[in-house]
Ligand binder design. Structure first.
Ligand code: ATP
Ligand code: MG
Length: 466
């Protein structure tokens, strides 16, 4: 690598947060000039040959490289440059290599692009043009990396439509896999929105009954008198209004799975009848005499503490032990390490695509608000807030306000000076733009800044013009 001290003495040291750029050129003057021009915006690394270039690629992993094809030992030829290109791409398949080449060598440039280079520029390089190309290359490199990272996370976390990379969810998936192959009754226990129904569906889909029906009935949503005939069915004339014979949902689940949601809401009378079915696999329709054999697997879910209900005499112990041969506790969203952001991004991608909106992520404040919120409604609440935010968002990033997670979260405890300033800047810029009907020149005037500065700030703050 080059000695950088003389240059650093003239330039302010680039912050380590600046993206890393590698410049490969055999001519020292050119390297120095380019570094001089770019050190404000990038952490610039320099190399004069393939060997030292590859060393930097391995150690620093710069997302973007500029590469002069004519490298020693034969600087008048291009094969060393092509070899360097191939090595870089195989070391890092995301690396963006910009070829620097003579005007007369367009075919080399095109060949390099065909072999995976990102773009090419002619010598002598115009610095302004280079800056534009670099900016775009870094932007695309970061998008690709982020996309890849997300895909991998989602790929790893996806289990039968359920996302979850946290150890807590991995544990749930592992129990689901084990119980799916048996016919054991399963009780899924968890607060609202934790994914109980998804778990029941996953068990069904992984079970030998997957070709059979999956029948859902919410015991809390149907009045008791109706619930009995809903579950067991009735014969014609069994009660006033029973004009025809009707099969119940248990029969409908024959050969498949019956999912009884909110089982804690079942009355004591129906608990006895359900218990009989579980013991004998037989039902009797209301008003009927016939014993009907029905083979269905029963999965239940509750967000109530059934042990408490048993103590209070509201839930039968014998039924509980029948239902909870296996019990799956669902973790709260806030306890699932690392899952909140992964789910948030997955929902953002899903709904932004659905709404055809280019929303790329969350503002820092939004990330903090998401992190500090307690998520009482768990995954369902997160999904709903993001679905809404995608529609409400004004910029290309989601803000706490879009999520209806009051700024007070951030303002009280979590906003540092920089974030507070950005929040205020954003608010003022949005106001100025609204007032001037998105006329950037007049908005800049009103704010007392230049037009380019306003553009720059808008980009930084994720504000899009309508
Ligand atoms: N792990 C997960 N990955 C992706 N989406 C999920 C996950 N868990 C839940 N969801 C989504 O959250 C919502 C609620 O899930 P589900 O209906 O299974 O929860 P529940 O525990 O039955 O909730 P409730 O008690 O409110 O009925 C659904 O839209 C579901 O798709
Ligand atoms: Mg549910």
């Amino acid at each position: 690598m080059e000695d950088q001290t003389s240059l650093n003495a003239l330039h302010p040291a680039p912050s380590p947060l600046h993206p890393k750029l590698l410049i490969v050129d055999d001519e020292e003057d050119i390297r120095t000039q380019m570094k001089w021009a770019l050190a404000q915006d990038y952490q610039v690394f320099l190399a004069g040959d393939r060997g030292s270039a590859m060393e930097i690629v391995g150690k620093e992993q710069p997302p973007v490289v500029t590469l002069d094809l004519g490298l020693p030992p034969r600087p008048a030829h291009v094969e060393e440059g092509f070899a360097a290109l191939a090595e870089m791409l195989s070391a890092d398949s995301f690396i963006k290599v910009i070829i620097i080449t003579g005007r007369g060598e367009k075919e080399h440039a095109l060949k390099a692009v065909g072999e995976g280079a990102y773009d090419f520029l002619y010598k002598p390089v115009e610095i302004d043009e280079l800056k534009v190309v670099l900016k775009r290359a870094f932007y695309i490199a970061s998008l690709e990396r982020e996309h890849h990272f997300l895909q991998r996370q989602i790929g790893e976390g996806d289990f039968q439509g359920m996302l979850g990379g946290s150890p807590q969810m991995q544990e749930v998936f592992s129990i689901v896999r084990k119980v799916a192959t048996s016919d054991a009754s399963v009780l899924v226990v968890g607060e609202s929105g934790t994914g109980k129904e998804l778990v029941a569906q996953a068990i069904h889909r992984l079970s030998p009954r997957k070709e059979g029906p999956f029948v859902v009935i919410n015991c809390g949503a149907i009045p008791e008198t109706l619930l009995e005939s809903e579950l067991f069915g009735h014969e014609k004339g069994a009660f006033t209004g029973a004009h025809i014979q009707r099969k119940g949902r248990i029969e409908a689940a024959r050969g498949g799975t019956l999912f009884l949601d909110e089982i804690g809401e079942l009355s004591l009378g129906l608990q006895v009848k359900l218990l009989r079915y579980l013991q004998e696999q037989m039902i009797e329709r209301i008003g009927g005499r016939e014993q009907i054999r029905v083979d269905a697997r029963v999965i239940t879910a509750t967000n109530r503490d059934l042990k408490q209900a048993m103590k209070a005499g509201a839930f039968r112990e014998d039924l509980y032990f029948r239902l909870a041969v296996v019990s799956i506790p669902m973790p709260l969203l806030r306890e699932r390490e690392g899952d909140i952001f992964m789910l948030a991004k997955a929902f953002l991608n899903r709904y932004a695509e659905e709404a055809k909106r280019r929303i790329t992520g969350f503002t820092n404040q939004a990330m903090r608000a998401i992190e500090s919120y307690s998520w009482p409604g768990n995954v369902r609440e997160l999904e709903n807030r993001i679905k809404r935010a995608v529609i409400m968002a004004e910029g290309n990033k989601i803000s706490p306000a879009d999520l209806e997670l009051g700024m007070h979260h951030a303002r009280d405890e979590f906003l540092n000076l920089k974030e507070a300033r950005e929040a205020m800047e954003k608010e003022m810029i949005l106001k100025a733009l609204t007032k001037t009907k998105d006329n950037v020149t007049r908005a800049a005037e009103a704010l007392g800044i230049s037009r380019p500065t306003l553009y720059e700030m808008m980009e930084k703050l994720g504000i899009e013009r309508k």
